[in-house]
Every structure is written in C-alpha cells, then in structure tokens.
Design a protein around this ligand. Structure first.
Ligand SMILES: C[S@@+](CC[C@H](N)C(=O)[O-])C[C@H]1O[C@@H](n2cnc3c(N)ncnc32)[C@H](O)[C@@H]1O
Length: 261
C-alpha cells in the first residue's frame, strides 16, 4: 500500500481556541446513512466541518459534490448569517450520483430548511472537467472550499486544480474520504483516488496538508509551514480495529498512541 505522508493533527492544535466555538449545528440526515460503503461524512466529520466554519467565519464557501446536501447544510448552518455557500454537482447524474442520493434528490437536506436554504446556491455542472462559468467570476473570493465530488484520482485532481485556481493564498481547502484501502481483492468498486492523489499533492509541496484526527478529512492551507503540528500515522499501524476491510486513518485513534512501545 502507498505509504501515508500526510501528518495527522488534532483540530485544536491546528486552530487554537476552536474548542471554544460553542454550539455546532449538524444535519439530522446523518441518521439516515445506512450504506456503509458510501462515503458520507460521519458525525465527528460533520462536527469538524462545523467547528472549522464557526472558527474561521468564512464568507464565501464552495463545495464540489452536493448529493443530498449534508455537507452544504453544515457549511451554511455554521458560517456567519451573511455567508454564501455554492455547491456544485453534475447536470447529468450518473450511477454514483444515484447511489449517493439514496432515493432522495440533490439538496434534500437544505432546500426546505429556511435556516439555511437562502444561503445556499446550487450549480449544476455540464462539463465535469472545466471550471463552471458561475464560479470563474468569483475567483479569489472563496474563503473555504470543500472537495467531495468525483473520488477517482482524475476527478479529485480536476476539482482540486479548479479549487486552487479559485482560491487565494489564505483560502482553506478540505477534502473528504481520505482513507487507504487494503488490496485484498474483496473491495466493492468504489473510486479510491483521494488517498493517492493527496499524497502526490503533498509531495509537490505547493500546499501544506494535515489529516484531521477522528475523521477522513484532510485540510490544506498554502500559508501553513511544515512546522504546523502533526504526526505521520500509517494506516494499519496499530493492530485493532484495522485491517478488516477498509483501513481508515480516523481509526488510528490518538496520535501519541503510535509512539507507545
Ligand atoms: C460523496 S457525494 C457528496 C456528499 C456531499 N458532499 C454530502 O456531504 O452530503 C459525491 C457527489 O459528487 C457528485 N459528483 C461526481 N462527480 C462530480 C463532479 N465532477 N463535479 C461535481 N460533483 C460531482 C456526485 O454526483 C455525488 O452527488
């Protein structure tokens, strides 16, 4: 398996004081998640995204990959009242879209919720390769960009290039589904590009990346230096509960546990 090169950090070390952002809001739709092969953001991940929004107070947010809109809900519900969230999905849904929707529709989690619906704009992308025209005019204005669309290597690369182009030096970038898979031949054919892509991005050194402890989320910031707190943990480094099926970095538990004899 490709070794992990992205250090794992605790949110409170990346953002001192983040634990004081009282009152996080997460979507109740997390309780409808029932297909554990699907890459939905789990409770701790929703809480991490919510806390980052409360702490950073981003004004303009962008998300690639709307699906039912759990992520867009969290971005909107935890950012300031005058913030705006743009969430992008495919104009021509494919079978992966259908699986992500679990019988629902794009944006189900926010379209009828008056607390957030006015802050969220949906963009449907006809060309999965290019920058949607609705976004080009906003280049340089995004404070936070969440990449959670096509999880193939090429897909995450295209969306990340687009995100970095649209961002600024001080924009924060999030990627969901950073986990490694054991090559045991028993996996379903889900896309698995986030882990190898982000390790390659890390190697290029243009942006400092940290995996957030307790989640499958990686956060990036161009102004962070290599001194940014973090410890490199390898998937499967500790015996339990790894190795059954999908080795997920969040299951590696406390960072300092890795250094125990
Ligand atoms: C894992 S789901 C997103 C989950 C969502 N962020 C949430 O928190 O509920 C992936 C979504 O990305 C969409 N997608 C796939 N390729 C895409 C692309 N090139 N651009 C934007 N969205 C894409 C799929 O249609 C699907 O709805």
């Amino acid at each position: 398996m490709q070794p992990n090169t992205i250090p794992t950090s605790e949110l409170k070390d990346l953002f001192p004081g983040i634990q004081d952002s009282a009152g996080l809001v997460v979507p109740s739709h997390i309780f409808e998640q029932n297909d554990y092969d699907m890459p939905f953001a789990l409770v701790m991940e929703q809480a991490a995204i919510a806390a980052i929004c409360k702490h950073l107070r981003p004004k303009l947010l962008l998300e690639f990959g709307t699906a039912e809109g759990q992520g867009a809900f969290t971005l909107a519900a935890n950012s300031p009242s005058d913030s705006r969230v743009i969430t992008v999905d495919l104009a021509d849904p494919n079978s992966y879209t259908e699986r992500c929707l679990m019988g629902g529709a794009l944006g189900t989690c926010f379209v009828n919720d008056p607390t957030v619906s006015g802050k969220i704009q949906q963009v449907l992308r006809r060309d999965p390769e290019g920058t949607p025209s609705a976004l080009s005019a906003l280049a340089g204005q995004f404070d936070l960009i969440h990449v959670d669309g096509d999880h193939s290597y090429h897909g995450v690369e295209v969306d990340t290039d687009c995100a970095i182009q649209l961002g600024r030096q001080d924009t924060y970038f999030l990627w969901h589904d950073y986990y490694a898979f054991l090559d045991d031949g028993k996996q379903p054919t889900l896309s698995r590009g986030v882990y190898p892509y982000l390790n390659d991005l890390q190697a290029r050194g243009d942006i400092t990346l940290r995996h957030i402890l307790g989640t499958y989320i990686v956060i990036g910031h161009r102004s962070w230096t290599e001194d940014t707190p973090g410890t490199i943990v390898q998937p499967g480094e500790l015996p339990y509960p790894y190795g059954e099926r999908i080795v997920r970095l969040w299951e590696t538990g406390r960072v300092d546990a890795v250094n125990r004899p």
